[in-house]
Design a protein around this ligand. Structure first.
Ligand SMILES: Cc1cc2nc3c(=O)[nH]c(=O)nc-3n(C[C@H](O)[C@H](O)[C@H](O)COP(=O)(O)OP(=O)(O)OC[C@H]3O[C@@H](n4cnc5c(N)ncnc54)[C@H](O)[C@@H]3O)c2cc1C
Length: 207
């Protein structure tokens, strides 16, 4: 079978990797508009449970991911001048780019073809070009493919008022940190976590 994944984010790469592992005779190609080292955002966080699932699905990539992780157990909640610490949770942080590079390397290792710098505007033409039997729309939250076939998929998108900004900082957090602040402009919520030796993610949300 020939499989074409449109979009090389975590979903497209991981799907390609698992399909190729399961059926080595399949031809799997992942087409991504960005370059391998491009990505948005800072670090992401996984629970120990998620890591366990990754290890069961593909042990080599899970091992590399774990080696690249910053691990912690505590959650600190800052609210109205108090800090409440809850322990024993088990989380890990990793740079989003590092995560993608690990998955890209693992895909290449098992024989998934990775095509970068190709912005897919016509999925059907690309499917014909690769002779694809199956097309996976792994093009993310604002999926062009889902939009094009919305009459078929009938997506139910519920847009809320909250806005966020995804920041990075050299301030290091020893716990998964949640802070709530009421300001003259309304409530702000930040959540922060360290994801490598000298960087933390700092996400701020507000309605
Ligand atoms: C601020 C923030 C923090 C987050 N933190 C976490 C976290 O800590 N842990 C966690 O598990 N999840 C986190 N998430 C969610 C996580 O980022 C998403 O669940 C994940 O990225 C979804 O993966 P995906 O592959 O489906 O989509 P995406 O990551 O969006 O990847 C889609 C890919 O498709 C490519 N693409 C899109 N259109 C085209 C096209 N037409 N042609 C070619 N390529 C295309 C894009 O360039 C992109 O590389 C966070 C999300 C945000 C916004």
């Amino acid at each position: 079978m020939k499989i074409l994944c449109i979009g090389g984010g975590p979903a497209g790469l991981y799907f390609g990797l698992l399909m190729k592992r399961r059926n080595p005779d399949d031809e799997v190609v992942v087409v991504e508009r960005n370059r391998p080292l491009d990505t948005f955002g800072w670090g992401v966080v996984f629970s120990d449970q998620t890591l366990g699932n990754l290890a069961r699905a593909d042990e080599p990539s899970a091992r590399t991911i774990l080696q690249s992780f910053n691990h912690w157990d505590d959650i600190d909640v800052h609210f109205r001048g108090r800090t409440v610490t809850s322990t024993g949770h088990g989380f890990c942080g990793i740079g989003r780019r590092r995560l993608l590079n690990i998955l890209q390397d693992r895909c290449a290792e098992v024989g998934v073809q990775l095509v970068f710098e190709t912005d897919v505007t016509d999925d059907q033409a690309l499917a014909r070009q690769y002779g694809a039997d199956l097309v996976i729309a792994s093009d993310g939250l604002n999926s062009r493919v889902r939009e094009r076939y919305q009459a078929t998929y009938q997506p139910d998108v519920d847009t809320r008022r909250c806005r966020f900004v995804w920041l990075g900082t050299r301030k290091l957090f020893s716990a998964f940190t949640f802070a709530f602040e009421q300001t003259e402009h309304g409530w702000f919520q930040a959540h922060a976590y360290q994801y490598d030796g000298d960087t933390s993610t700092f996400i701020v949300e507000t309605p």
